[in-house]
Write a protein of this length. Sequence first.
Length: 128
Amino acid sequence: MDPELAQAQGRLARAEELDQRIAQWTRPQEARAVMELLQGMKVPAGAANDGRDLGHDPQIVFDGHYARREHPVMGQVDYAGHSLTFSAAPQRVGRSPCLGEHTREICLGLLGMDQEEYARLEQAGALE
């Protein structure tokens, strides 16, 4: 081992070089495999996941973070649950709405639109 790299000061001085060498070593490998290898050698390491990876993370799957729901257009979809859980407030994970699914309720209820105005806008194609 290079004696200069044995101390933090030496590693900091050569940080760019080390970053390049580590990237060259890790790039062709699976992130989880690198993480497990390093952790097995007592090196603190974690995979940098993005949203596509989370559904395959063993801990997140074990924790039941995702709930599978039937969607009328997309079929079976995994929806992310809440990050925090409370014993007196169970999670309720529902499917996402379809585009325009609640237009009528919003216009007539929340916006206070009358039936005639809604019908006129619908006929004009403004609500599509």
